[in-house]
Design a protein around this ligand. Structure first.
Ligand SMILES: CC(C)(COP(=O)(O)OP(=O)(O)OC[C@H]1O[C@@H](n2cnc3c(N)ncnc32)[C@H](O)[C@@H]1OP(=O)(O)O)[C@@H](O)C(=O)NCCC(=O)NCCS
Length: 216
């Protein structure tokens, strides 16, 4: 029997996550989810139309839905790490439990450990002994090297490369196509810009740009 699932976020990553769930369902009918619909506190008209075109119900705003419905599985499908973190307590307090989904075209190595709410998109390559915190997103074609740690609410954007033995601290976003060299640590609340090459350990709360990456 399919497990009911609510997706949070009607924007780009929300609808990409719906695709990940659909591909997961096709590959794993024994562990399929039934998408109840999408929650969003302020969806654009364009995104409501996009949901309607694919026959996915829009369920309204988060707090009203949490007050009026029994808990089911959920996914925070919002690209911004701090927004995800800001929402979690509302679901925790209402007794909801996040699930993790992996696109069947992603590869995931041995000894990988994850907490709830992880989304791994198509074409991503996750090596061995990678640890994921809560609500980590790995976008399409990103690579996560062996023995790396991605702490809670980290986002790895499309085609970024995290080399082996890298530690990315909470709420940090690694931009599209960025490369983080092996053995480095990236601080919390940091953004690594698209295309940057990180060659040194990066502190908390900075924006890194360029090749080699410099921060401010
Ligand atoms: C780096 C980033 C976080 C923005 O930082 P910011 O300081 O707020 O950047 P701004 O847009 O104000 O631009 C400031 C300057 O940085 C430059 N800049 C912006 N992003 C850059 C990047 N990734 N690499 C190099 N330079 C960049 C701008 O051209 C601008 O230069 P200028 O002052 O000479 O005109 C953002 O551009 C970025 O790369 N985010 C990741 C995007 C991504 O991954 N997208 C995929 C989504 S799925």
């Amino acid at each position: 029997m399919s497990r009911p699932l609510v997706v949070v976020g009607a924007s780009g990553f929300g609808r990409e996550t719906l695709d990940v769930v659909a591909a997961h369902n096709a590959a794993r009918p024994d562990a399929a989810f039934e998408v109840v619909g999408v929650l969003d506190d302020g969806p654009s008209e364009a995104n409501l139309t996009r949901l309607a075109c694919r026959n996915i119900p829009y369920l309204g705003g988060i707090d009203h839905y949490l007050m009026t419905h029994e808990p089911v599985a959920y996914l925070l499908a919002i690209g911004a790490p701090k927004v995800r973190e800001g929402l979690v307590a509302r679901f925790d307090d209402a007794g909801w439990r996040a699930v993790s989904v992996v696109h069947p075209s992603a590869s995931v190595g041995t000894m990988t450990v994850w907490l709830d709410g992880v989304v791994v998109c198509g074409g991503a390559q996750v090596s061995t002994n990678v640890h994921f915190g809560r609500h980590v997103h790995v976008n399409p074609n990103a690579t996560i090297g062996h023995d790396s740690i991605l702490e809670s609410f980290v986002s790895i954007n499309p085609a970024a490369t995290i080399s082996g033995d890298v530690h990315v601290r909470p709420r940090t976003l690694i931009g599209a196509g960025a490369i983080v060299l092996q053995g480095l640590s990236i601080g919390a609340n940091t953004t690594v810009g698209a295309g940057a090459v990180v060659t040194k350990t990066v502190p908390d709360g900075v924006v890194v740009k360029g090749v080699p990456g410099v921060w401010s």
